[in-house]
Design a protein around this ligand. Structure first.
Ligand SMILES: [Zn+2]
Ligand SMILES: [Zn+2]
Length: 124
C-alpha cells in the first residue's frame, strides 16, 4: 500500500480511524496506535484510546477496591440477619447484620458516585 498523500511513498502503517495508508512523514503516534495528520483522525484516535484507558481504570478500581469488599460485607450482613431471624433472636446479631447491610449499600452508592465523578472529569 502507498501513502494516501504521497503516492510515491510506501505506507508504513494505517490510520486507526480512517484506515488509510500513511508514510512515516504522515503518521502520528498517539501512544496507542497510529493516526494520520488529519486533526479529526488524531482527535478521534486519542479520544478512543482515552475512553478505553479510562474504562480499564474504572473497571480495575471497581473490581479490585470496591465491589469485592462490598460483596463480602453484604454476605456477612445477610448471614448475621439470617442467624437472627432463623436461629437465635438476638438484638446484637440484628444490629451487626443491619450495620453491615447498611454499610454495603452506602459503599455501593459511594462507588457509583465515584465512577460518575471519574466520567465527569474525563469529559471536561
Ligand atoms: Zn486518518
Ligand atoms: Zn505521506
Amino acid at each position: 500500500m502507498k501513502c494516501f498523500i504521497h503516492n510515491n511513498q510506501d505506507s508504513l502503517g494505517t490510520c486507526k480511524y480512517c484506515n488509510k495508508g500513511i508514510c512515516q512523514n504522515c503518521m502520528v503516534d498517539t501512544g496507542m496506535g497510529l493516526a494520520c495528520k488529519d486533526d479529526n483522525c488524531k482527535n478521534e484516535v486519542r479520544f478512543l484510546n482515552d475512553l478505553i484507558e479510562n474504562n480499564k481504570k474504572i473497571y480495575s478500581k471497581m473490581s479490585k477496591n470496591s465491589l469485592i469488599p462490598n460483596l463480602y460485607t453484604l454476605i456477612f450482613g445477610l448471614i448475621f440477619l439470617g442467624f437472627h431471624f432463623f436461629i437465635k433472636n438476638d438484638i446484637f446479631i440484628l444490629a451487626i447484620g443491619s450495620f453491615l447491610l447498611a454499610f454495603s449499600i452506602l459503599q455501593y452508592f459511594y462507588t457509583k458516585k465515584y465512577v460518575k465523578s471519574m466520567k465527569t472529569n474525563f469529559n471536561e
